[in-house]
Ligand binder design. Structure first.
Ligand code: SF4
Length: 352
């Protein structure tokens, strides 16, 4: 008969071990205070909004650019939305930038520039959901709440060998995570869990031999760590098809138009396009095709270059504007449109 595994340590043993590890191994990030020091809520908020759906490596340069240009929440509140969208271009999920700007105005005008201190209050603000509220409240104000992102889901699933597939396991993970948060240094603890997930308890092959929580990890004890967190079957993404028209005037200026303020890529600039359809009607030439993947679908665009401003597809909007080629890099252009312009005009189009 297999001998019974020894009982695992109580949750109260986990936070001291993790904080001790964090004090020596915390990642140095521009928005972060040193372990044990207080954080700037503006920087925490800005970084957490940028980090939604985006990696730390990508966020770094955007964060520095934003802080260099808008050093506090009042400065960001005074900015024009178009300037914020242009500075956000390439980060994706543009509703975040619109909400960021709206939130900055509320904090500046209604809260004297001071961010609310609790997760519950933060959730009343635009663009701040349960995870972001908990992360800001914990990191900026040491509120003892659990901030559960993908990294933390992975660590907690493994610590407790939670084999229920995501997303069904989320309530249990959240409850377990709550039980780990210490009364003191809640902000450092939140960041320590994030760092452990990013540096040690990594997706495919966790580095258990260097893990400060090895002594408490049920998945490792049971040999399950590589298979957790368990995931349900992935829904396949549909594909949509369309035509994109790159129209260039004799002086080199490019025709752009502004998307409606709400919805996908809201408020961003684009080239004129046909509607995106589920039917693949067009005859496509692979050399003139751009592919892009959004959260819920793939997009395949045929890129057509023209100097014919009168074409029906091109003159259908009052929101058209001509932009000089050397000013394209400063515009609020989403990545998919940058791909279209590069396809039509060459890789140097943004270095003109
Ligand atoms: Fe993750 Fe391994 Fe640490 Fe468990 S022991 S928390 S699986 S790195």
């Amino acid at each position: 008969m297999k001998p019974k595994a020894p009982p695992l340590p109580s949750p109260s043993a986990i936070s001291p071990a993790l904080l001790c590890w964090y004090d020596k191994n915390a990642r140095v990030l521009a928005w972060r205070a040193q372990p044990g020091c207080s954080s700037d809520p503006y920087k925490v908020w800005l970084s957490e909004i940028m980090l939604q759906q985006t990696t730390v490596a990508t966020v770094k340069s955007y964060f520095e650019a934003f802080i260099g240009r808008w050093g506090d929440v009042h400065a960001l509140a005074r900015a024009e939305l178009d300037d914020v969208l242009a500075a956000w271009a390439g980060l994706g999920y543009y509703a975040r930038a619109r909400n960021l700007h709206a939130c900055a105005r509320i904090i500046s005008e209604q809260h004297d520039g001071i961010f609310p201190k609790t997760a519950a209050e933060l959730m009343d603000l635009p663009g701040i959901g349960p995870y972001t509220a908990a992360a800001i409240a914990a990191i900026a104000h040491d509120e003892p709440v659990a901030a559960v992102d993908g990294n933390v889901e992975r660590v907690v699933s493994r610590l407790y060998a939670i084999t229920t597939p995501l997303p069904h396991s989320k309530p249990e993970i959240k409850q377990r995570a709550k039980g780990l948060v210490p009364e003191r240094r809640a902000g450092d603890f939140a960041q320590a869990l994030m760092d452990l997930g990013a540096l040690v308890c990594i997706p495919r092959a966790p580095l258990c031999d260097t893990c400060p929580l090895l002594f408490a990890c049920q998945a490792r004890r049971d040999g399950l760590e590589r298979g957790l967190p368990a995931k349900g079957p992935k829904a396949s993404k549909p594909t949509r098809f369309g035509r994109a028209f790159v129209v260039q005037r004799a002086d080199g200026a490019i025709l752009l138009r502004k998307r409606p303020p709400r919805g996908l890529l809201g408020g961003m600039l684009e080239v004129p396009m046909s509607p995106w359809s589920r039917d693949d009607k067009g005859k496509r030439n692979a050399a003139n095709t751009v592919k892009h993947t959004f959260t819920h679908f793939h997009l395949v665009l045929s890129v057509e270059k023209s100097d014919d401003y009168s074409a029906a597809e091109v003159r259908d909007t009052s929101a058209n504007l001509w932009v000089a080629q050397d000013a394209l890099a400063d515009q609020a252009l989403p990545t998919v449109i940058k791909k279209v312009l590069v396809k039509a005009l060459g890789a140097d189009v943004f270095n003109a």
